[in-house]
Design a protein around this ligand. Structure first.
Ligand code: 13P
Length: 247
């Protein structure tokens, strides 16, 4: 796990012109793995423009094919050149009714297509204030384990994204993030998962706080929303990941 992984989540943003400019200004750097998760219609464009930066999608159907109007399968994403697929983002959970079991099934569908699910977990502010962080995160992880099995966990990236930190400008403190990442690491060990599973932090990661977050021993990279839309910010975050890599 020498290199950190920094993933941009563009969310519902972009245009052909804006994407071309953004990707053009976000070249691959040595010493960090970089990826961008773009809206479905732009996968082909991004695949043609990216060089040394992996492509990803932001959600996926749990189904492979059939009468599921509007859905996109993991196999289709693989064919378009994706390596990563975000599943269970808190916006999908809160706004589109994805429950823990559905997130588990989506993670399994991504593995079935030999892609890497980036499984998002995290608590709301009310849950944090009630001292329920690992109860919530553990429940979210249990559902993924139930679908993918212990072997499947080895192919997963986990993203800890506290809901209260997403898009708010209020990132978790580095110590707060580290505490949960270490607890997730313990959860993985307790459930027999192989070592080396990456745990990313997401939620208001910016150029000016990335280095302190990435310096934490159990923070293996970042899932970046707003700052991934600004080339110089995303590149600064990637450089912070290089500087705080394991070797
Ligand atoms: P922000 O970086 O905009 O807070 O978004 C984080 C996120 O949701 C990444 O998936």
């Amino acid at each position: 796990m020498a290199q950190k992984l920094v993933v941009g989540n563009w969310k519902l943003n972009g245009s052909l012109a804006a994407n071309e400019a953004l990707i053009g200004a976000c070249g691959a750097l040595a010493g960090v793995e970089m990826a961008v998760c773009v809206p479905f219609p732009y996968l082909a464009q991004a695949a043609s423009l990216l060089a040394g930066v992996a492509l990803g999608a932001q959600t996926v159907s749990e189904f492979q094919s059939g009468a599921y109007t509007g859905e996109v399968s993991a196999e289709m994403l693989a064919e378009m050149g994706c390596r990563y697929v975000i599943v269970g983002h808190s916006e999908r959970r809160a706004l589109f009714g994805e429950d823990d079991a559905a997130v588990g099934r989506k993670a399994q569908s991504v593995l079935r297509a030999e892609l890497v699910p980036i499984v998002c977990v995290g608590e709301s502010l009310a849950e944090r204030e009630a001292g329920r962080v690992m109860e919530v995160v553990g429940r979210q992880l249990d559902a993924v384990l139930a679908s993918v099995g212990v072997q499947g966990l080895s192919g997963v990236v986990i993203a800890y994204e506290p809901v209260w930190a997403i898009g708010t400008g209020r990132a978790a403190g580095a110590d707060e993030a580290q505490e949960v990442h270490a607890a997730i690491r313990r959860w993985l060990a307790d459930h027999g998962a192989p070592k080396g599973i990456r745990i990313l932090y997401g939620g208001s990661v910016k150029a000016d706080n990335a280095a302190t977050l990435f310096a934490m021993p159990d923070v293996d990279g970042g899932l970046i929303g707003g700052a991934s839309l600004v080339a110089q910010d995303f590149m600064a975050i990637c450089r912070a990941a290089i500087a705080n890599g394991d070797d």
